[in-house]
Design a protein around this ligand. Structure first.
Ligand code: C2O
Ligand code: CU
Ligand code: CU
Length: 899
């Protein structure tokens, strides 16, 4: 805030006196600060740098410049501004023309000491008080809107092309400068915004300490009357012409000056930082005793205060095992789970929270998170998912519990649509929980899960198109544990020594309700950690090994977990089950959707150990807020626990033969230029949900390369299969594209074995190998940051059966000899020629061995041929087929188990 000192005022009075004889005076003012904001590098700036940029760069992300002038110390108070010209000099540019708009900025911002010498186009790490894309004062104060807070209408616009000088001038600039003079506390200068034309190229301007820096030429009429101090309503002070009629606040009389204490103190919202989010409006000095002063907020409506909860006061809840309607838990069974709205106590000091959860119809128990489904490899499970969301009076809900941003694709109503997806399940397309096939309250669907897959920590969660983030935030998630003989043989800690941990973040209102933004935001970070449905709980443990199956079930937040006593964590598994080998580590990073199977040994631990998080948000560079540190406290008792050693060799994982890969698909992760529903749309190859271009043939292997053209990490997930991570290739910018930078890096130890979600770091390409098998149809693949997924970073691949491609679609083709000629092995519809017709039309008896290469003898029994599942076949025929394949798969998995 600028206050006029007495000397300055005297000096100005002198200038005013000297100039008063002239009819109009002119002054040329150099900029007092300037900087650049980088859209794709929200933690970068160039405060002390030599140049600033405006426009779209080669990587199609925006740069904006901020520039401000010290008006009040250059023009006498009371002057009448007559004309204003801003002169800027372009010192480097690509070809291309762009209109650059000046908008008056509405919040204070800083020019720190960051300096991107030589890399002004990319920026340097922000220093204290720098302005960045997300922050106006790094690292503590953010803009209300990333990219700067400014008046929507441009004050002036000028078209900029090549190197040279350019001028901006308008009557709005005149009133801007008049305002800056009359109310200096509102002088935040201008932001320069180039147009979003994809062909536009950023323009580089000389900064204030370089070459021809920004110059503001102002013509004004000197004041004719005395002036005095004005106290504005925000508590700031400025000098105004007598009699102070345009003061708006309190004019202190002619001859008065701005000095500390002359204006009444600002009042504003003061947060007590307690469980009730207590807010009061008090003078700033009184707030110190009460809590934290919200400097920008003068009102408690809406309440700006966070709910602050004491960690580690509630025991960790353990989700109950779901109880089958028929069959046995941990084996072949059917379940019926109702999606319900309920009130649940999430912390000792918080009133009950309205959440959505899963209620077990057999026991009436359940909630948020849902009951754990215990499954066994080769033992099929059926679940009837019932959308039974009702209000307090028992009426089916017609409206979502959270505000639905109906701008998003697929979210054109605020109906509480749900559909459950089994994340990590190898299941037929129709049971995958397709995002655009949802159920309304009162509707239900039965999904069949063959469980023809290895032991793994998988999970179920909602996947409704356009509102997945809301449904999961409300609580729709639960564990699904697949076990098998290989895992049993290891005798890992079990029973009470095996604990699932679903880690999520939430923000609460003082009444206990969940808070989530009404309008889409590109990332949403809760201010509180919730584990298995309790805020930062504690767990009493014995002295021995515990197996934790950790899931990051958050929408945006990444966790890097470590132990407060720096002791080691043994990682034994990931998304796809056991690793080939266990390894010790100090920290485990999980992006949303990922799982880690870890063992912690408390044998020699102190009496308390805290599981902590250190990941920055957004991941990995941070910039939005501080990490939530406290996750879970272990209270270590004296009881002796499970002290059997954990083997190093855990599981045999056959590497996918990448030489057999039939194609490599490049999938570029980037944000579109246009603003769609609250931001540049996060997309894959610039395409949308309905654009299907990936059609893998069943029976083939492909390499998918996720190429990240952005400065945050994206967890990329594929439905229906587990893949193997091949490598990480760092990239660097070259012209308008990205090229490899150095050698590819090996996958991390935690990425060994099988994965279904892989972290793709900023500016790197990750290759994964995937084998497509068993299930034709459409499956989603997407970024598991649920905000991105809902915005457009989700597409579908369609697995298809192609006769004559040489790849045998297990169970769907009898044979495939690589051509459609007849007489040389397979017919044009991929049926065996010279087949033994005696079993034509025979029931499919499950003799297809899912584990073998589906030999011809087994395949011959399967009479349907591939034509049935080609697109365009009747739904009934396709469904018949799916069920046959299911049966065959299950039989195959069972036989393997009994061998
Ligand atoms: Cu965890 Cu497509 O989902
Ligand atoms: Cu999934
Ligand atoms: Cu993403």
């Amino acid at each position: 805030m600028k206050r006029l000192t007495l000397q300055a005022l005297l000096g100005l009075a002198l200038i005013g006196f000297q100039l008063s004889r002239a009819r109009a005076d002119q002054v040329t003012i150099s900029a007092s600060k300037d900087t650049t904001l980088y859209e794709d590098a929200p933690s970068s700036s160039d405060g002390a740098g030599d140049y600033f940029f405006s426009g779209v760069n080669g990587g199609s992300s925006s740069r904006r410049a901020l520039v401000a002038f010290d008006i009040v110390n250059s023009i006498p108070p009371g002057a009448i501004i007559q004309s204003v010209t801003l002169d800027l000099s372009v010192s480097r540019t690509h070809d291309g023309t762009t209109a650059i708009e000046l908008h008056s900025v509405t919040s204070e911002w800083g020019e720190g000491l960051s300096r991107a010498s030589g890399n002004e186009g990319g920026g340097a790490p922000a220093a204290t008080d720098d302005a960045t894309w997300t922050h106006r004062l790094w690292p503590s104060t953010t803009w209300k809107t990333p990219g700067g807070d400014y008046v929507a209408t441009a004050s002036a616009t000028t078209t900029v092309q090549g190197v040279g000088s350019y001028a901006w001038s308008s009557t709005t600039l005149v009133s801007d400068v008049q305002g800056f003079l009359d109310q200096p506390s509102q002088n935040f200068g201008w932001i320069l915004i180039g147009d979003a034309d994809p062909n536009a190229q950023a323009k580089r301007f000389d900064g204030r300490l370089t070459g021809t820096g920004p110059q503001l030429v102002v013509d004004y009429q000197p004041p004719s009357a005395p002036s005095g101090a004005c106290c504005f309503s925000d508590g700031s002070c400025g000098v105004q012409l007598a009699p102070g009629s345009s003061c708006g606040g309190k004019y202190l009389g002619s001859g008065s000056v701005c000095a500390p204490g002359v204006c009444p103190e600002i009042r504003g919202a003061c947060c007590a930082d307690d469980a009730a989010a207590t807010c009061s409006v008090v003078p700033k000095s009184q707030c110190q005793a009460l809590g934290r002063f919200q400097s920008d907020v003068s009102s408690c409506k809406p309440n700006p205060c966070p709910v602050v909860l004491t960690p580690f006061v509630d025991p960790l809840p353990l989700p109950a095992a779901a109880k089958p309607v028929t069959g046995k838990p941990g084996g072949a069974a059917t379940y019926r789970l109702r999606i319900v709205q309920l009130k649940q106590k999430l912390h000792r000091d918080l009133p009950p929270t309205t959440v959505w959860g899963f209620s077990d119809t057999q026991t009436g128990r359940g909630g948020y998170p849902g009951p754990t489904i215990e499954a066994r490899s080769g033992e099929p499970v059926r679940v009837t998912w019932v959308n039974d969301l009702r209000d307090g009076k028992g009426n089916l809900l017609t409206q979502h519990a959270l505000a639905v941003d109906t701008c998003l694709h697929g979210a054109n109503t605020d109906a509480p649509r749900t559909v459950v997806h089994l994340h990590g399940g190898h299941v037929p397309a129709e049971f995958d929980g397709q995002p655009d096939v949802t159920q309304l309250p009162g509707e239900q669907t039965e999904f069949r899960y063959p469980n023809a897959q290895r032991a793994a920590t998988i999970w179920y969660h909602d996947h409704a198109l356009g509102i997945t983030r809301l449904n999961v935030y409300m609580g729709l998630a639960g564990f699904y544990l697949v076990r098998d003989a290989e895992e049993d043989a290891l005798q890992l800690p079990s029973g009470r020594y095996e604990v699932p941990l679903a880690i999520q973040d939430r923000t609460f209102n003082g009444d206990g309700s969940l808070r989530y933004p009404a309008k889409w935001q590109e990332s949403v970070f809760g201010d509180t950690v919730v584990v298995n449905g309790k805020v930062a709980p504690y767990l009493e443990v014995d002295r021995g090994n515990y197996r934790f199956r950790v899931l990051n079930g958050s929408t945006s937040r990444v966790y890097t977990l470590s132990l407060s006593d720096s002791s080691e964590i043994l990682q034994i598994g990931n998304d796809g089950g056991l690793l080939p080998e266990s390894f010790v580590t100090q920290q485990v990073t999980l992006m949303p959707g990922e799982r880690a199977d870890i063992v912690i040994d408390f044998t020699y631990a102190g009496s308390e150990v805290v599981l902590r998080n250190s990941a920055l948000t957004p991941y990995p560079f941070g910039g939005v807020n501080a990490p939530l540190t406290d996750i879970l406290k272990f209270v270590v008792g004296d009881g002796k626990g499970d002290t059997r050693p954990i083997p190093v060799q855990l599981s045999k994982v056959e590497p996918i033969d990448t030489k057999k890969a039939v194609t490599t698909r490049d999938l570029v992760l980037a944000r579109s230029r246009e603003t769609v529903c609250g931001g540049g749309m996060w997309m894959i190859n610039g395409k949308e949900w309905g654009d299907i271009s990936e059609r893998p043939h069943l029976g083939t292997t492909e390499i998918w390369r996720f190429i990240n053209h952005s400065s945050i990490s994206h967890p990329m997930h594929m439905h229906s299969l587990f893949f193997q991570v091949l490598d990480h290739q760092p990239l660097k910018a070259k012209g308008s594209t990205y090229v490899p930078d150095g050698d590819p890096l090996q996958p991390t130890r935690a990425e060994a074995g099988w994965k279904d979600t892989v972290a793709v770091a900023p500016f790197e390409a990750v290759r994964v190998a995937a084998h497509f098998e068993d299930f034709p149809g459409r499956f989603a693949y997407h970024c598991h940051l649920l905000e991105h997924e809902d915005h457009g970073m989700m597409r579908q691949f369609e697995a298809i059966v192609v006769c004559g491609d040489g790849a045998l679609a297990r169970g769907l083709e009898e044979c495939d000899d690589g051509n459609t000629r007849s007489g040389d092995g397979c017919s044009s519809t991929c049926k065996l020629e010279r087949a033994d017709d005696s079993d034509a039309g025979a029931e499919h008896t499950g003799t297809l061995d899912a584990g073998s290469d589906a030999g011809k003898v087994a395949a011959r029994r399967h009479r349907s041929g591939c034509s049935v599942v080609l697109p365009g076949a009747s739904p009934d025929a396709n469904r018949q087929h799916t069920l046959l394949v299911l049966a065959a798969l299950v039989a195959g998995a069972r036989r393997r188990r009994h061998r």
